[in-house]
Design a protein around this ligand. Structure first.
Ligand SMILES: [Zn+2]
Length: 75
């Protein structure tokens, strides 16, 4: 089962997952997770790139970290 972007009126496939860490005032963004989690939201590439966070919050974009590591180990 493929997942779609969480944004209304967007039917693009999910490319990233984000969630809120209220204690750290951080929004984290990662490559789409394999297992859906109730506290996270899926976004397509376009909406992930356009993701904004509340004033005073940090955005931690951790996309491509895992795939970069795999490429590094393969070379
Ligand atoms: Zn979208």
């Amino acid at each position: 089962m493929s997942r779609q972007c969480n944004r209304p009126a967007c039917s693009e496939p999910a490319a990233a997952t984000y969630g809120y860490d209220y204690a750290e005032r951080t929004v984290w963004l990662v490559d789409v997770t394999t297992q859906p989690h109730p506290a996270t939201y899926d976004l397509c590439h376009r909406h992930a790139d356009g993701l904004t966070v509340p004033v005073g919050w940090d955005l931690r974009d951790r996309r491509n970290v895992v795939s970069s590591l795999i490429e590094y180990r393969a070379s």
